[in-house]
Design a binder for this molecule. Structure first.
Ligand code: CA
Length: 237
């Protein structure tokens, strides 16, 4: 999942970006309204944290323009405490949720998780596919109840596929949502990540759709053990 943070307070911006990156998201940031608007207009973010009071272009204008241009990503606005009119304007402009300053970073994280899962049409922060369980709140993955240790990129990849289960996701799309803009992107690495994920999960939930990409599909029956775990040869790699 790739997020954008638009906040002109540099310290606050850095704090939010750091917390989001630690939580496993790819994060881009902007310090003024024009750059923020531009990034949100041109990059496919999964969600945006948008301060309302910004230099060059205010948050409400940015949001209205995104919505008019058909940008539907969830947007969490940051408002000054006790400015109810900010919230009303923000929601009218198309905000999905708000956090009033000052806030605890955990609240931003929790609200973003909720926005992301709602955008995926999901009621809880636990995503299941066959025997694989991804707990977006704890940032943990398990197979048949046994924890699986993933790198942050593997986790991001699985999380993105889980949020879009049942739909074909192209390699190009994965690249756009896995890395921040400063990352040297290469869609060939996705195949490598998918290979590692398959190996670590030990179950075949990520299917390759030749020429199109990947699809996360649970086995027909959700019965435990209905699908045998793939046994990887222990030598040769
Ligand atoms: Ca501000």
């Amino acid at each position: 999942m790739r997020l954008l943070v638009v906040e002109d307070d540099k310290d606050l911006n850095r704090q939010i970006v750091t917390a989001l990156a630690q939580a496993g998201y790819a994060v881009d940031h902007a310090f003024d309204g024009e750059e923020g608007w531009f990034l949100g207009d041109t990059e496919p973010y999964d969600a945006v944290v948008l301060d309302l009071g910004l230099p060059k272009k205010d948050g409400v204008s940015i949001l209205s323009e995104w919505r008019r241009a058909g940008r539907t990503m969830p947007v969490l606005i940051l408002t000054a405490r006790d400015r109810w009119s900010d919230k009303v304007q923000g929601f009218d402009a198309g905000a999905d949720d708000y956090v009033a300053k000052p806030f605890h970073i955990e609240e931003i994280l929790a609200r973003l998780r909720a926005l992301l899962r709602r955008a995926a049409g999901h009621a809880t922060s636990e995503f299941r596919c066959g025997p694989v369980l991804l707990d977006a709140r704890a940032g943990r993955v398990s197979v048949d109840g046994s924890p699986v240790k993933l790198t942050s990129h593997e986790y991001r990849l699985l999380s993105y596929l889980m949020h879009h289960a049942g739909r074909i996701v192209s390699r190009g799309e994965i690249v756009e949502h896995l890395y921040d803009q400063d990352f040297d992107r290469d869609s060939n690495t996705i195949e490598v990540f998918v290979g590692r994920l398959r190996k670590k999960l030990g179950v075949e939930i990520i299917q390759t759709v030749r020429g199109l990409g990947y699809i996360l599909a649970a086995s027909e029956t959700e019965d435990k053990g209905a699908k045998p775990r793939r046994i990887e040869p222990s030598s040769g790699s």
